[in-house]
Design a protein around this ligand. Structure first.
Ligand code: TXA
Ligand code: MG
Length: 355
């Protein structure tokens, strides 16, 4: 039987009840409750980062392994400094990219009262300052919010309130409906280390931008390499259907996820066809990625064939998520155009570890 326990409230600064909803959310957080909130990247499942009881609920509801640490969300760099040690380069990056889709991994500061569950026993902590209403909520709450993406562990992240509601219908969560997320994929995670910047998870803040604003060389961790962001398991972001990437011809009966109108054969049904961006715009594609993957997955087809996405700018992060979505049960086709990606798939097929 399907029971709806969660409560959904409109959450937009233009909404006349915005202030009331904000107060209600804060009261719920103070009682160690969970609030699903929109951010510019994806929806987050937020709890008071200083409360062990509240943070434990996140792990329980998400079915997330406790070795996988969470991001602490703050409302300013000043607030972040109470929890993490910001060297000159991390400070510069935070000043430039915050509020926004960049998470910085820094050493924990000695006086931090963020609960140990958040950083899963590591000496470091991942910190991000989101924009918009999420930031206003943290500011009003006055404490950091631990918030992973609002999806069951190992599944595709939620970019609309509908995704959150479907996955957590039976849970006692206050869900804030702020519409679809603008960016659509999770934040870039970076760490300043040994005179370099290591990108632990790609996102809409690119290597090039990080290099430009830091003046340091930037390296991106390989998929399947030693895991530095512990949540970056090879088979993350998995739909139920097999995901086959870099296809230039679809398998019979497969759903098709196109990009830039590459599938021009006309041999498809509207129901099982989506184009991430008919004009080939990578920002639009990122914003549509998880929603379209979920919609096609709902059809219950054996396969979702995904067209090639260029490996440039935001396309790097989109390809990273697709490689992970393809990892658990991927089948290789002859059509894989991008060599490094197909090599990664072969690795992923043999390792196949899931959360
Ligand atoms: O865009 C985002 O980052 C979203 C929104 C809600 O802010 N959050 C998000 O959280 O994607 P989550 O929990 O789904 O992913 C956080 C990632 C995980 O892969 C985790 O392993 C990594 O951050 N992480 C957390 N703390 C870390 C640390 N101290 N060192 C390295 N990686 C860390
Ligand atoms: Mg996640």
């Amino acid at each position: 039987m399907w029971t709806l326990n969660l409560q959904i409230l409109k959450f937009h600064p233009d909404n006349p009840k915005y202030g009331e909803t904000l107060s209600k959310s804060i009261a719920h957080l103070r009682e160690a409750g969970l609030v699903a909130m929109p951010t510019e990247t994806v929806y987050g499942l937020a709890a008071d980062a200083t409360s062990g009881v509240a943070v434990a609920k996140i792990f329980e509801v998400k079915k997330r392994p406790q070795f996988n640490p969470l991001i602490a969300h703050v409302s300013s760099l000043e607030m972040a400094r109470a929890y993490g040690v910001f060297d000159a380069v991390s400070t510069k990056l935070a000043e430039h990219f915050w509020p926004g889709p960049l998470t910085l991994v820094v050493n924990k500061s000695s006086g931090s009262n963020i609960h140990d569950l958040v950083s899963a026993g590591l000496d470091t902590i991942a910190i991000r300052c989101p924009g918009g209403s999420a930031r206003q909520m943290i500011e009003a709450f006055g404490r950091p919010l631990a918030a992973p993406s609002a999806n069951l562990s190992g599944k595709v992240s939620a970019t609309t309130v509908c995704h959150v509601a479907i996955e957590f219908a039976g849970e006692d969560i206050l869900v804030l409906d702020g519409g679809a997320c603008n960016v659509g994929i999770e934040s870039t995670i970076a760490r300043v280390m040994d005179g370099k910047i290591k990108v632990l998870r790609t996102g809409s803040v690119t290597e090039k931008q990080l290099a430009e604003y830091s003046g340091l060389p930037v390296e991106t961790e390989e998929t399947g390499a030693e895991i530095r962001a512990p949540g970056m398991l090879t088979s993350h972001y998995a739909p139920r259907s097999n995901v086959i990437i870099n296809c230039n011809a679809a398998l019979a009966g497969a759903a098709i996820l196109d990009f830039g109108s590459q599938n021009t054969s006309g041999d498809y049904q509207f129901q099982s066809y989506r184009d991430l961006s008919p004009n080939g715009d990578l920002r639009e594609a990122a914003a549509n990625l998880y929603n379209y993957l979920r919609e096609l997955d709902e059809l219950g087809r054996d396969d979702i064939c995904v067209a090639a996405i260029p490996m440039e700018g935001l396309g790097i992060a989109i390809n990273d998520r697709l490689v992970r979505a393809a990892a658990p049960r991927s089948r290789l086709t002859d059509n894989m155009a991008i060599a490094p990606i197909s090599e990664k798939i072969i690795d992923a097929t043999t390792s196949g570890d899931g959360e």
